[in-house]
Design a protein around this ligand. Sequence first.
Ligand SMILES: Cc1ncc(C[n+]2csc(CCOP(=O)(O)OP(=O)(O)O)c2C)c(N)n1
Length: 535
Amino acid sequence: MTTRTGGELIQDFLETYEIPFVFGNPGTTETTFLAAVAASKATYVLSLHESSAVGIAAGYALITGKPSIVSLHTYPGLANGMFNMRNALMSGVPLLVINGQQDSRFLIHNPVLGAPNVQLAQTATKYAYEVTRTDDLAVALQRCYLHARLQPTGPVFLSIPMNFMLEETEHATFKKTRIIEDVVPHSIGEVAAALAAVPRGKLAIVADYAVGAAHGIDVVSRIASALGADIYAAPFHVQGTVDPLHPNFRGQLPPTTKKINETLGNYHTMLLIGEKVDTFTYDGLQALPAELQVVQIAPAASQLGFDFPCDMAVLGDVHATLDALASVLGAPTAAADGRAISDGALDAKYPASGPHASDALILAVLRHLDRSTHVVTEGSSEDAIVQDMAVSLGFRNVHFSPRGGGLGWALPLGVGIGLASGKHAACFVGDGGSLFSIHALWTAAKYSIPSIFICFVNNEYRLLKDLWCNVMGTTIASTHFVGLDFSDPDVDMQKVAEGFGARVETIDAVGDVGDVLARALAHQGPSFLIINREP
Ligand SMILES: Cc1ncc(C[n+]2csc(CCOP(=O)(O)OP(=O)(O)O)c2C)c(N)n1
């Protein structure tokens, strides 16, 4: 019987599943794992902070649809990566997070770096496990990789004591699993009949991230055309999920419960495709009106009827089920003609002079980008503006704010998307948000990953100031804020970004934007473009 060391099993695993990259940040407990990766065909992509390692891995997984492999240091490293693992969990992004545990032979003595890693990981993963014998390693790796990918997709955690990499085992079989999951409910006709019975104009389709992940945007458009349904994007979707130029597209559902309730109150039935009609702020009403009929299609049983009761819970592969639905409904085979883009209306809404003149700079940046560009935003005050502009201009690949709520997601996500697609993503971030994982710039510089960051500089947490005023019923001028300014001294974002290896330019005139972007698009690495925002 041939034997393999744990480290060789890691190599077999990477090779079997054709995994090109391991994203990570190492420590003592990963030394033996690192040596295994060094001897494999995979490339280790170093990040200087775990939030960036997890975020870059997530961006890579968003594009490939396969679990990305992340290697984190025991407890402290894992803790640093946790918020982006949680963002990934809430958005169905598949990751296999591996960490090194202390040597199993002296865990009993409670050594330095020995830690309850599984317990820590549990709140940010769908499954977390620590192997207790080298003999179990091959099964555990395959289980965790497969289950990150199976529905509901998401992060899975595997803790491996560092000594196992050097131990021998006879249990070394790897199988590359062919996944067949194009499940369509047998009674799809019932679903079609229920939807077709809704009075015209009274059906709202809410498309969550599952639509984007399943490449289902076009079929949703065709179903909406067949049924005369309005289309909404679920809030905080981290995948492009709708065709913004579809004539029936009505925008993203608002982020507050009352406004969602008011919007959905105009309809008889909601078809929710995916997991969530997500909400950010509770303001006195449940998001779903009690009388609204709810039909939900989701790829995982755990997502059905979970947040809210539903009248019809439909379990099925999203793409296959929507295809079947479209065919039972006799939906048109081609998408409807797109809405015309009204450039004049955008110019009038975002004028290049006046108190918010820098809005026009944002518009100019988007106008100079190819419409297939992946646009990433994150939790800054400009999110709504970027979203409005991107939707109006017809961008489909738009990734809005992380559903887990943790800032520090967008910047590494943009790097991971750039690595996977070979094309520059355009990532719009606030100066505050960008500082939570600014290290991702260095990784983009080190590995020549095309990426563009448009950073809004105001040296404050403006969004939190606005929220404060809303909640407390005050105004910016009349409020003594604490904890919401990082001025005096200002953080010098230019020097910070340069220090991490980015090209930095400041955009201050609409007429310069074309040249600035041409230089950024020509650069196979990170460009950090600063837009100074008015108070
Ligand atoms: C990891 C993390 N820490 C803190 C917060 C709370 N938070 C929400 S919005 C915000 C301010 C963001 O500032 P910036 O990106 O500069 O945008 P601005 O508010 O100035 O528009 C903060 C700190 C968070 N969401 N995630």
